[in-house]
Design a protein around this ligand. Structure first.
Ligand code: PEP
Length: 247
């Protein structure tokens, strides 16, 4: 069975005290991969505290690899620091910064070139779901990453229905599993020889209560956790649920 991956996206939240508290509450679970993704300013502090128990990621990256781009960060810089993964295409960035699939693909490419793992977020809006277009929308977002997906380098896809992010309303497990299967079939069409090496994560109001139910399904190979990752006990419980599902 694929090793489950649990990613914490702190978004623009957290402080040094949260790093201490997260490390303090961090559970003894060996069979789960965990990546903590704080605001970039806290990456160095989190890396120093990691002690090989978890890895550290970035929430976004510049689409250039250096140069005159004030305020941007390059994937190669993240690699030099010891960052393991970079989230690209989060729906909040797509909405707040007008990032389209082409920009997301360029960022994922920079991440791969730097030897890091992109966590590529895809997901439909509530209007698209209500119109019966959820699967087509998500397949199109995956297809837009085809070149990156064919690279044979580690990639994770995070299915995050926009209407489930930060709302407390998670997708039903049935809907999440169905979409994970659709994504898996899209990956198999794009990269038949190594699609099985890519993990598909679910994100959208994952918490200590629903994590075990999600992990009960082999299709849910990990989770991307926003709000609940700021609650150190809840986040520890989610990691434990992933470990228990791993057996
Ligand atoms: C996210 O931001 O990726 C996310 C899934 O947030 P939340 O868990 O708060 O819904």
């Amino acid at each position: 069975m694929t090793t489950r991956l649990v990613i914490a996206n702190w978004k623009m939240n957290g402080d040094l005290a949260l790093i201490d508290a997260t490390v303090e509450a961090y559970p003894q679970v060996s069979k789960v991969d965990v990546i903590l993704v704080p605001p970039s300013l806290y990456v160095a502090a989190l890396l120093a505290a990691a002690n090989d128990r978890f890895q550290v990621g970035l929430q976004d990256i510049g689409r250039h690899d250096g140069g005159a781009h004030t305020g941007e960060l390059a994937a190669s810089m993240a690699a030099e620091l010891g960052v393991a993964a970079v989230i690209v295409g989060h729906s909040e960035r797509r909405a707040d910064n007008s990032e389209d699939d082409a920009i997301v693909a360029a960022k994922a490419q920079r991440v791969l070139e730097a030897g890091l793992m992109p966590v590529i977020c895809v997901g439909e809006s509530i209007e698209e779901r209500q119109a019966g277009q959820a699967e087509a929308r998500v397949r199109a977002q995956v297809q837009a990453q085809a070149e990156n997906l064919r690279s044979r380098l580690p990639v994770a896809i995070a299915y995050e229905p926009i209407w489930a992010i930060g709302t407390g309303v998670s997708a039903s497990v049935v809907d999440a599993v169905a979409m994970h299967r659709a994504i898996r079939s899209a990956l198999e069409q794009i990269a038949p020889d190594h699609a099985d090496e890519m993990r598909i994560l679910y994100g959208g109001s994952v918490n200590a209560e629903n994590a075990a139910e999600l992990f009960a399904h082999v299709e849910i190979e990990g989770v991307l956790v926003g709000g609940a990752s700021l609650d150190t006990d809840q986040f520890a419980a989610i990691i434990r649920a992933a470990g228990a599902a791993q057996g």
